[in-house]
Write a protein that binds this ligand. Sequence first.
Ligand SMILES: [Zn+2]
Length: 219
Amino acid sequence: MFDTQKQEVLNAALKLDRYGLIALSGGNVSCRMDSGEVLVTPSGMIYDDMVPEDILVVDLDGNIIEGERKASVDTEALLYIYKNMPQVNAVIHTHQPYATGLGLVMDELPCNLSTMANATEGPVAVAEYGDPGSLSMGVEAVKAIGDRLAVVLKHHGVIAVGRDLRQALFSCVYLEEAAKTVSVALSTGMPMATMTQEQIDEAVAVFHRYGQKPIDQDA
Ligand SMILES: [Zn+2]
């Protein structure tokens, strides 16, 4: 069941590892099928050791439809996001250090880079703390995310969302790149240049015309 999509979930998880957004078994990747089921990575498995059969198929109530593994501990929170954000078909949760670090010193990550505007569609809010592995993590994420494609989870990590895995992946990877760049700017102690709302809006619009059709998953 959903063999191709399970491989896509695994490919996305391996990219998180490659880009330094997670370590070992941290975070999770999930996506919603057209028929409503959700594919989710298993709990506590190192991504390099994972095979597509390890990806679980669950329904929106958390019942396991297929899979022998224990689903991610965050599954309840992830399902809350899917239930409350019908436009979202992919959720990636990371522990990416730069964006998470900025979330410890600011309530909103500013959108000062065109790539971040492209990928997250504006400034990224920092959600109130919700216990990892509990429903509250999903509740706080939904409360704070607005119409952006990412939210920082205070003291924890990042949730990135998208209409598909590619959009969620671009969101968290480019958010981390932007957070690194902002960290460099802040480290100088000098005032940071900001983008105007018009510049942000244009960068968001440009990205809607970006890339190949059909989407190249290796972009
Ligand atoms: Zn986590």
